[in-house]
Design a protein around this ligand. Structure first.
Ligand code: ATP
Length: 413
């Protein structure tokens, strides 16, 4: 059976993955066999999300009525019911709802009615609390299908420490990264010298380590020195897979969806107030603005180095009429040239323009020339893929250290 839970937390505390970890333990104590625990990230542009739009799914064997009762009891005990935006949903089903529902919740927007229809179609047990919105994420979690998957070990704090500053040794996090990279990622951001895997929010998570297998995340975890944790859970996840991206066409992008688009740089990128960089990409007879925001740090230098005529593939969410860049592939660099009046062969001084379409004239000796000096400039970037640093990465975005994005072949040209 599959058990799904979502929407149990608030900005003031709790985390659905913590309830998942507690439920997994209670199921095992109750004689159930837990075969998988999944952390399922959904559309990152959903406004109702508390933080990272995560839901959980537990795959288990045993009596479904008892499992559903346990899941509801866990949610009732731990969810932040008093928070206005917390609307928990709990699902248990012997049959997976159609994966289309997961894909819609991952890439698009769904309604509670659609979630209930998907649940009814498989005869699932379900309970929505308050306005019941959490059933959307809980349904998507049980319907989830991961053709590509990664893992995260989440380590949780003892209750008495919740809300207090986390004690996790910084050096040990850098060491964990050093010893397990590229099999784990996003524990730290070396370029910007910051810790990424330790949250700052008042939830029960102490730290998380992401990687390619349960063995590698556990290996990295073994290096970390910290306050004594309460428990930990390895989740199978769609994080770091680019599962949210769909091929898009400039001019046909829809708000709140995430795309990969092909385009040609139309004008020089502009750095605006706050250090945010905007880039205009042309394609399909129109154009779209792409943004590299200040938190993307050094990635902005890549965007700033683009010039008109460069051909790129851009990936990110389309929000507020701009594509917020997660990564960019540069496939063709345009020639960068500097056009100047030629130097007078007799006087060795640069000539000046003699007027529109009249060529150039030496101010000293009066010599004339028709053609300007065309100087080819060295480009400061190379073709290839570039991404935002770990500190600015979306949970679903696939890090380049996992290899070239598999979807790139469909876009090249
Ligand atoms: P955390 O990451 O700490 O678990 P969260 O960011 O996952 O918190 P939630 O509290 O789960 O945020 O809130 C997200 C809400 O949006 C849930 O009610 C969920 O059912 C709903 N939701 C998720 N995806 C979609 C979607 N694609 N369309 C409509 N509603 C969605």
């Amino acid at each position: 059976m599959w058990i799904g839970i979502d929407d149990t937390d608030s900005p003031a505390g709790m985390c659905t993955t913590y309830i998942g970890a507690i439920l997994a333990r209670r199921l095992v104590q109750g004689g159930f066999r837990v075969t998988d625990t999944r952390l399922v990230r959904l559309n990152p542009n959903v406004v109702y999300k508390t933080r990272g739009n995560a839901a959980v799914c537990i795959e288990a064997e045993g009596d479904i009525d008892a499992a559903f009762d346990l899941a509801c009891a866990c949610t009732e005990e731990l969810a932040e019911f008093d928070a206005a935006g917390t609307n928990p949903g709990v699902v248990a089903s012997l049959v997976k709802p159609p994966p289309d529902f997961y894909h819609a919740a991952l890439r698009d927007f769904c309604t509670l009615k659609e979630a209930c229809e998907a649940l009814e179609s498989v005869g699932a047990h379900y309970r929505g609390y308050k306005n019941g919105r959490g059933l959307i994420g809980a349904t998507a979690a049980v319907a989830s299908d991961f053709p590509d998957r990664t893992y995260e070990v989440l380590v949780y704090r003892k209750r008495e420490n919740w809300g207090t500053p986390r004690r996790v040794d910084r050096e040990s996090l850098f060491r964990a990264d050093e010893m397990t990279r590229p099999h784990t990622w996003d524990t730290v951001d070396r370029e910007n010298d910051i810790v990424v895997g330790v949250p700052h929010t008042p939830d029960p998570v102490l730290f998380g380590i992401r990687g390619e297998s349960p063995t590698w995340v556990r290996e990295a975890r073994s290096y970390i020195r910290s306050e004594e944790p309460a428990c930990e859970q390895v989740y199978t996840t769609n994080q770091g897979t680019d599962a949210h991206l769909v091929p898009g066409r400039i001019g046909a992008l829809m708000e709140g969806r995430s795309y990969v688009v092909r385009g040609v740089v139309e004008r020089m990128p502009i750095t605006g107030p706050g250090g945010h960089v905007s880039l205009i990409l042309a394609g399909e007879g129109t154009s779209v603005r792409c943004m590299a925001y200040e938190p993307t740090k050094g990635f902005r230098d890549v965007v700033r180095a683009l010039i008109p005529g460069d051909r790129v593939v851009a990936a990110g969410s389309y929000k507020g009429e701009s594509l917020n860049l997660e990564k960019i592939g540069i496939f063709h660099l345009a020639d960068a040239v500097r056009i100047r009046p030629p130097v007078c062969p007799a006087c060795a001084k640069r000539m000046t323009s003699a007027g529109t379409a009249k060529g150039y004239k030496c101010r000293i000796c009066g010599a004339r020339a028709r053609e300007p000096d065309i100087e080819r400039l060295e480009r400061t970037i190379r073709p290839g893929w570039y991404e935002v640093p770990p500190g600015a990465r979306r949970h679903l975005a696939r890090p380049l250290l996992r290899g070239t994005p598999p979807w790139q072949q469909t876009l090249r040209g």
